[in-house]
Structures are given as C-alpha cells and as structure tokens.
Design a protein around this ligand. Sequence first.
Ligand SMILES: [Fe+2]
Ligand SMILES: [Fe+2]
Length: 188
Amino acid sequence: MDRKENIKVVGREEIEKAGVDVDRLIDKLVKAVAAELTTYYYYTILRMHLTGIDGEGLKEIAEDARLEDRMHFELMTPRIYELGGSIPRDIRKFADMAACPDAYLPDDWSDPKSILKVLLEAEQCAIRVWTEVCHITAGGKDPRTYDLAQRILTEEVEHEAWFLELLYGRPSGHFRRRFPGEGPRSSK
Ligand SMILES: [Fe+2]
Ligand SMILES: [Fe+2]
C-alpha cells in the first residue's frame, strides 16, 4: 500500500514553504536520535564501570545523563514520523547511522577520569548535532522541531558542564536532579 498517496500534510507543507529541506531535516533527525539511543546503551556500560571509592560518587550523574539521553530519543522520534520520515526497521542499520561516535568503555577503565572523558566527548558531540538542528529550524521556520531540539540542547549543555566540572573543577552550577534522569526540559 502506498501510504503517501494523496495525503495532504499541512504540518510538513508549511515547513517546506518556510524554506526547510524537510528530507534533509529528517535525515539529520534520524542520525541524531540514533546517537541518543546508542549513547544510552554505551552509558549503561560506562556507568557500570564507575567503581570503587572514586567511582561510586559519579554513578548518579552518569545515570542522569544516561536516562536523559533515552528521553531525548523518545522526545524527538515521534517528530520524525510527523514529518513523514521513519527510523530503520533494523536496529543494526540504525546504530550505524548515529551522528556521534561509539562511546566505548576505555580498555583501561580503572581510573574513573578515563570514563568521564568518554562521557564528555559524547556530550560535546550531542551539542554540535542539536545546535545544527536548531539552526536549520530557527527563525520561525519549523517551530515544533526547534522547540524539541532546543529543549534537548539545553540538557546536553548541562551534561557537558557537569562532566567539565568533574574533570577540571570548572563550576557548572550542578546540583542533583530531583530524581534520576528527571529531564527538566525534555520530560513531557
Ligand atoms: Fe542526549
Ligand atoms: Fe547528554
């Protein structure tokens, strides 16, 4: 069945009229949400390896970042379908499309700082990705995608600041979330 036949999608038309290349935007969004879901997966492993006296205190912050990335995946994925796109049927293909590199556990993970560095790089990649989505959709061109992307971006900037503070003592203003993975901007 051709699901595209004669279906008028005003929500897409208006964005196209405003000058957005919607197919290109969908492609960016699929790669961006793939990075969120793969990061969620890798953070599970990374958090697991924050062990010992030095690692224990870092578990909660890694868990917040992990759960919020899953929330980012869940927040933006429906938008892809609203625009007429989809995520791949096969998760293997999806993982390969991710906009950010795999956040692998370091071979020598005994120093928690080595794990914090991986977490930091993943957050910095996410900031670049969501900033780009914001730029594509800003200026009233696609207010709905922009709203979702800037909410995600706000949390990614917070995540970067947390890990910078832990690694380098640069103050971030961080205090604990009210509950793990609260997602103050991305929770529905
Ligand atoms: Fe995220
Ligand atoms: Fe993040």
